[in-house]
Design a protein around this ligand. Sequence first.
Ligand code: NAP
Length: 486
Amino acid sequence: MHITPTGEKLVTVIPGDGIGPEVVGAAQRIIEATGAPIAWETRDAGEQVFLRGLPSGVPPETIESIHKTRVVLKGPLGTPVGFGEKSANVTLRKLFETYGNLRPVRELPGVITPYSGRGIDLVIVRENVEDLYAGIEHQQTPGVAQCLKLISRKGCEKISRLAFEVARAEGRGSVACFTKSNIMKLTEGLLKRTFEEVALEYPDIESWHVIVDNGAHQLVKKPEQYEVIVTTNMNGDILSDLTSAQVGGLGFAGSANIGTDVAIFEAVHGSAPKYAGRDVINPTALILSAVMMLRHLGEFEAALDIEHAIIATLEDGTTVTRDVVGDEAAASTTAYTDAVIANLGRRSERWSVREHRPILLPRVAPEPDSVKVAARRVVGVDIFVESGDQAEDLGPAIEEITSGLPARLKMISSRGTKVYPSMGAMTDYVDHWRCRFVPLREENEVSDETITALMGRIASRYRWMHVEKLQEFDGEPVFSKAQGED
Ligand code: NAP
């Protein structure tokens, strides 16, 4: 935290694009009205920066400011088509390894949804930098693309610990972990296994695992059974939009991107350009994000006051924005913000606000990973080959050109299903094949020389585009089998 010479906590504020300056301005005015000792350092990112020709959308002055303040209040950033391939939002999250995305949702007075009266009050803790969203994609053949799903033990440990710490800080009694570990045993399974290990250190908090598809079903049927949900990046992205909709949608969905060193607070919604400058948008999502920021900075009283003031304003229902009451009865963004300021200090008799303690941010050992492997063996290799042949022609051809080497073709699969030797699978016909080789003698390893020789032989007739070693760690195979492989 950076304290100014006059004793204020300095925050980098990025007004953002479209409706960003209006919602960020509303949050700043409310914070100032609480008297919390916050000072702002305004920096830019997003559309204007792309237009200036900086492909990242995040200028060095902004990065420098964040290095200093470590705390950001950020409006939505647009990503204009044709400039910069990556979103400036994602760039900011990744630059500062904000590995945890917290998305709380709670029922609010006067915001009527099909779930009103059920008391939804939960936080989704989404892993924020790994998984399919690491953005590592390749078009491997003209017909087939891949996206690498990278999950680290360290990432799983940080996000699991963060989820339990959020539960403790907010007085919540349970954490559920949602994964697809039944299918993706190594990647999604890594979060499940790590979560279960970490859970042992939090005996005061109930914990359990839910297969994510059932989790989605449960969230629609009975969302009030959950207090904290921790999950991988893509699952969390989808489920947190679902839960936002259950309590009133984008106008109310705030979020925090938490890293070990930097935290970025922003609404879930985008820059909604059609509403820009019209003074009609609901600023609550950004204000609730700012409330999370105040708690992060230890300003619990101001945070509590603002949350109560939002509840009082919504409960009155006379000065609320168009997304809540429609165009006819709508108040402007400015009028709603004024009403929240006027309600600072008020407490609802019916609606409470959760007490918060500081979240103890997890400290994970700085070594590259937390997994120690005593013995490892390379027990095979997958060489991915492009070919327009059918499997029954490709198999014998690959066997012929690789004969005489100390490894044999065990099988060929098409998108994970074994097709050679045939077991009668009726798969579709694409130009992408995985050829799995194992040592001629089971007790041997497949050496790098053998892999290079296999690739050379295959390249004499086919294109190969990807190679993956099959390893055993401490006697356990750490690769998946194809569907139908023995
Ligand atoms: P959007 O800006 O979130 O807007 C979609 C719709 O959601 C709006 O038209 C409006 O619905 C509703 N909405 C959004 N914010 C609202 C608020 N504060 N109060 C009430 N209703 C609200 O999504 P988009 O149009 O797909 O994206 C626009 C730009 O934002 C894109 O450039 C995108 O890349 C960017 N984006 C940025 C972020 C971020 O910075 N974190 C996140 C998402 C998108 P109605 O039309 O029904 O009124």
